[in-house]
Design a protein around this ligand. Structure first.
Ligand code: DGT
Ligand code: CA
Ligand code: CA
Ligand code: ZN
Length: 594
């Protein structure tokens, strides 16, 4: 994790530098070289800091010349790239924000700035409202509509941060705090611990030898932009996301709690609020009081809180102690939403799926389409991750931007996969395809060709603004197809970027059950589609799900945890996820109409 975050950091800085250079009208060849280097580094499987120890190895990499090598070595040495900071100082902050709006590139933003004096989002709104935005070269009404929609969507999605950016950020903060010494216990809580797909702010709890010193270290961490609160028990900051490629910020709250109350505080600050309300009601019915310090015997004679009166708690050290004292089994954080986690008798609470249960990856791309790994590299990585099966599912012919395979190329690819399956021992490599589902539900290859494959993942990639009824019909047709095994990322939403379709999930799940087709939770944190509420419907309806990483790079396997969290939020047990099945059971299921 730490190694890859150096790659990510450098790639982000170079990418931002390229954008800022373009914004400033710098030489376009230098801009292109910088952007290319960013792409190369972010797609690299090896730790760039290690490579940078020997400059010759660095410049030997395609796309990294002398100038870029300097920047990389500068970052490894100083933790910053001076040129990046120099450009940032020349550009108004509001312009950088405008650059984040999808569909707005540096060239257009530069024209807005130099010709219309736009320096903030408000300025941009103004030139849209008065129509003067149309004076900008190549700016048409359609582009303006797109910008407006993107801005509205950004307003709408608020400041919430994707789980896959927030979770590594929280781990980064916790690791930094642990390094200061004197930390006795530390954990993240809130919606992050519950595994929601987006996070409002990060909540961290710590018990420490010297709480004030830890809070001070927290407020002066690298990346902190504003200190919002600096109280005795609670500090709040806004910091630059330590991961990811864009200059985003996130709020982090740190609460210092007494060690003996750690479990009670963790329970309280994990929430959800509604779950906590139900827990407190339950405590009261048992003559107990529950707060963030512990579970106490109730004393109606006084209003003073029990911890202030020195009352000994019934339970407080761990969450498990508290659930037990309330006659409940331990309830996993992902389902603490007051849906129906209290309706189970102790003893029959379902065993939710865990990351260790996953034994196969059934959606992966290779260099044949838009992946970065060869068939063998992919298989070796999957084996290293402990999987018994990996499915190679490159894009189908209509995905020309992703180098989708023509029928001829797919036939050659199938042969290459069969060959690799013989050469790589200890893992089964399946020949598959991620076949486009056209807007009308038909598939991108003929049935004859699909029948030659071991597995078919059918996914919608375009026409994602179609009406719910159309989207339902489209996906139903694919689900019912005798050669389709999995529906990939069914709605096509991209968190914070694209809404995707809203099909009738109940209907899809019922058909999926009937036709033996699994619905995919795409574990990439930008997708997490199916989302938790959909997963719950699939679970209740009896459909099986798949949890796939949609691998393009070896690090994409790391996204599995987000998919599993989403599955747990939908109450999925291991038997209901096809990726947990042993090889034989999986192979039998995949036969389907073949
Ligand atoms: P977020 O940050 O919007 O994604 O959602 P949460 O759930 O992390 O909410 P947040 O950060 O406001 O608070 C963290 C947890 O602390 C929340 O899930 C429950 C607990 N909590 C915070 N404020 C209250 C409150 O006023 N009453 C109760 N019962 N619990 C609270
Ligand atoms: Ca929170
Ligand atoms: Ca909070
Ligand atoms: Zn796809």
């Amino acid at each position: 994790m730490s190694a890859m975050s150096v790659n990510d950091d450098i790639a982000r800085l170079l990418d931002e530098t390229a954008e800022m250079m373009e914004l400033l009208g710098e030489n376009r060849f230098r801009v292109a070289a910088m952007a290319r280097a960013a792409r190369v580094i972010s797609g690299m499987g090896d730790d760039i800091a290690t490579i940078a120890e020997d400059r010759k190895n660095l410049t030997a990499i395609d796309g990294i010349g002398d100038k870029i090598a300097d920047k990389i070595q500068e970052y490894v040495r100083d933790g910053r790239i001076e040129e990046h900071d120099e450009y940032a100082a020349k550009i108004p902050a509001g312009l950088l924000q405008i650059l984040q709006i999808p569909g707005l590139g540096p060239k257009t933003v530069r024209a807005m700035w130099t010709e219309k004096g736009v320096e903030s989002v408000d300025d941009l709104k103004r030139i849209i409202d008065d129509g003067s935005i149309l004076d900008i070269p190549r700016m048409g009404q359609k582009t303006v509509e797109n910008i407006k929609a993107a801005m509205e969507f950004a307003d709408h999605s608020g400041e919430r941060t994707a789980l896959g950016l927030a979770l590594p950020s929280a781990e980064h903060v916790i690791a930094a705090l642990e390094k200061t010494g004197g930390v006795k216990q530390i954990a993240y809580a809130g919606s992050l611990r519950r595994g929601r797909d987006t996070i409002g702010d990060i909540d961290i709890l710590a018990a420490a030898k010297d709480g004030a010193a830890l809070a001070e270290a927290f407020r002066s961490m690298d990346g902190v932009e504003h200190v919002l609160a600096a109280g005795e028990t609670k500090s709040s900051i806004r910091m630059r996301l330590p991961v990811g490629k864009k200059a985003r910020q996130i709020q982090v709250d740190l609460r210092i709690v007494p060690e003996e109350s750690f479990g009670a505080a963790l329970l309280y600050f994990t929430g959800s609020k509604d779950h906590n309300v139900r827990l407190r009601e339950r405590a009261l019915r048992q003559g107990l009081t529950l707060n963030e310090y512990g579970l106490y015997p109730e004393d109606k004679k006084t209003k003073e809180s029990p911890q202030d009166r020195g009352v000994k708690p019934v339970a407080s050290k761990t969450e498990a102690d508290i659930y037990k004292a309330l006659d409940l089994l331990y309830i996993p954080p992902e389902v603490r939403e007051d849906r129906d986690e209290f309706s189970y008798e102790p003893g029959d609470f379902p065993d939710l799926i865990e990351r260790e249960d996953i034994a196969s990856e059934l959606h992966a791309h290779t260099t044949a389409s838009d992946g970065k790994l060869s068939i063998e590299e992919l298989a070796i990585e999957a084996k290293r991750r402990g999987f018994h099966t990996i499915a190679v599912t490159d894009h189908s012919k209509s995905q020309s931007v992703a180098n989708g395979l023509s029928p001829e190329r797919l036939r050659e690819h199938i042969a290459a996969i069969r060959e690799a399956n013989k050469n790589v021992k200890g893992i089964t490599i399946l020949a598959g395809s991620e076949v486009d589902i056209h807007a009308d539900g038909s598939l991108d290859y003929d049935d004859d060709l699909l029948a030659e494959l071991d597995i078919v993942v059918a996914s919608p990639h375009w026409a994602l603004t179609q009406k719910p009824a159309q989207a339902t019909k489209r996906l139903l047709k694919a689900i019912e197809h005798p050669l389709v095994n999995i529906i990939g990322h069914p709605t096509g939403r991209l968190i914070g970027k694209r809404e995707g379709t809203s099909p009738d999930i109940k209907e899809l799940a019922a058909a999926a059950k009937e036709h033996g087709t699994a619905l995919e939770i795409n574990a990439h944190w930008m997708r997490l589609d199916l989302r938790d509420t959909h997963v719950r419907i699939a679970m209740e309806t009896g459909a099986n799900i798949a949890i796939n990483c949609d691998v393009h790079l070896s690090t994409d396997f790391d996204n599995l945890r987000y998919g599993v969290m989403t599955a747990r939020r939908g109450w999925i047990t291991p038997d209901r996820c096809v990726n947990t099945w042993p090889a034989k059971k999986l192979a039998t299921w995949l036969k389907k109409g073949r």
